[in-house]
Design a protein around this ligand. Structure first.
Ligand code: 15L
Length: 275
């Protein structure tokens, strides 16, 4: 809490894709949001404050989180990349974030995990949040690391941590894979709100998906916490199928939930991959 009684909520990765889509919605719910990134987001809204921070610099992360009560951690590298990039942005950066949060007495952290932490599960299989992670990329491994770090800080230090395995955020599903994993910005903000406010959360992993009939995920835990997604992937099926035609078939990625993330750098026999 700040001295005037309002919550000090920090949003990392504020200049990125998800930050940009959710900021206007968050600004209405949580006036006075502190935005952070390596570059300043364009068009700061009234009430938003920007604090520049590089997640690989513990001193900068500590200064960012001083006095904060909650963090929505979207910061980091958001796709597959070279090991050094993933290591710095998503492993070291994520550690710096949780450790600075602990030192600052932050009560709640929402961690933007990803579907790519479980991207080698076959599309034929419906999975809950209790399955063993099967990352499809170094990026997916870094998200599994963040989830594990969240569990450690929750169990050891009493932090309230909500990990959201985000599918794909946008106004509508981009292709057939995304019909199963799409989430609207409004529904994602609903999940952020649960993470920021629900009184009974200690540590949770939730799927960041709208109400998609083609979903591969059992998101009953999110529903039990009050999540009522409004978006429906099926409403956009015609668009997604038309876009899919332009992409064509992918004999590896089409089998797995992670799609092209599973295909990239793949050298295995496809029958031996995944559980
Ligand atoms: C992600 O985790 C990425 O951040 C995003 O850029 C998309 O690639 C998304 O997954 C997806 O799977 O569509």
């Amino acid at each position: 809490m700040s001295s005037n009684g309002t919550r000090r909520i920090v949003l990392t990765g504020a200049a990125g894709g998800i930050g940009t889509m959710t900021r206007p919605l968050l600004a209405k719910l949580y006036p006075g949001l502190i935005l952070s990134d390596k570059v300043k987001p364009r068009n700061l809204l009234p009430g938003e404050t920007f604090v520049k921070a590089d997640l690989t610099r513990p001193d900068q992360v500590a200064a960012l989180l001083a006095g904060a009560d909650s963090v929505i951690h979207l910061g980091g590298f958001s796709v597959e990349g070279p090991w050094k990039t993933i290591l710095n942005a998503n492993i070291i950066g994520c550690y710096n974030l949780f450790e600075a949060a602990r030192q600052a007495g932050v009560k709640r952290v929402i961690f933007a995990s990803s579907n790519h932490a479980v991207g080698f599960y076959p599309r034929k299989r419906k999975i809950g949040t209790d399955v063993t992670v099967r990352p499809d990329s170094r990026y997916g491994v870094s998200k599994a690391f963040g989830e594990a770090l969240g569990a450690l800080y929750s169990d050891k230090h009493g932090m309230t941590v909500t990990c959201i395995r985000i599918g794909n955020v946008g106004p509508r599903p981009l292709d057939v894979r995304r019909l199963s994993i799409w989430i609207s910005p409004e529904d994602l903000v609903q999940l952020f709100r649960i993470g920021l406010e629900h009184p009974r959360i200690r540590y949770e992993i939730l799927y960041g998906a709208s109400d998609n009939a083609a979903s591969w995920w059992d998101n009953s835990r999110a529903r039990a916490l009050g999540y009522r997604p409004k978006g429906k992937g099926e409403d956009h099926r015609a668009h997604a199928e038309a876009e899919q035609k332009k992409i064509g078939r992918d004999p590896i990625g089409d089998r797995f939930q992670g799609g092209t993330f599973a295909t990239a750098e793949f050298t295995n026999d496809v029958k031996r991959a995944g559980p």
